[in-house]
Unconditional design. Structure first.
Length: 150
């Protein structure tokens, strides 16, 4: 069951990257971003009103949400721009590093992590860096095809 869920997750993430790149090329980066963010807002609003989740509203929470939203929006602009010009082979592995940030934050906050988890962490997150080194050497040889070299 775990394997099926992993494959389904990879299929969904890959399909999203493909469709986002296609939409950004056809509509433009900002129109594609606007449509995707509007759709997300509508879906989250629907879920919020259907389940009516109670929460406490504080200024610090609003400030944190605003900063996180801005960072997410900025990241999406850069991702869609890269997907629209075809640098998926460089961007997709780097975008997958978001899990590294949360893991490092958990370690910094004092959460106990076993050596097996740490070794898996370093193996999984050292691999996305490797295409960048190959890209640098290939661009010197053939500067017109950097993404095709990977």
């Amino acid at each position: 069951m775990y394997l099926l869920m992993r494959l389904l997750s990879a299929l969904c993430w890959g399909g999203t990257d493909y469709l986002s790149g296609k939409a950004a090329r056809e509509l433009g980066v900002f129109k594609a971003l606007f449509v995707s963010q509007l759709f997300g807002l509508m879906m989250l609003s629907l879920i919020f009103f259907v389940f009516s989740i109670p929460f406490e509203l504080k200024i610090s929470g609003l400030l944190t949400a605003a900063i996180a939203s801005f960072c997410n929006l900025l990241g999406m602009v850069f991702l869609l721009k890269a997907l629209s010009i075809g640098k998926v082979s460089v961007v997709a592995p780097l975008v997958s590093l978001y899990g590294a940030v949360t893991t490092v934050l958990a370690i910094i906050s004092g959460r106990q992590v076993s050596w097996i988890i740490l070794s898996g962490f370093f193996c999984a997150y050292s691999v996305p860096v490797l295409p960048v080194f190959h890209l640098r050497t290939t661009e010197k040889e053939n500067p017109r095809l950097p993404s095709a070299s990977l």
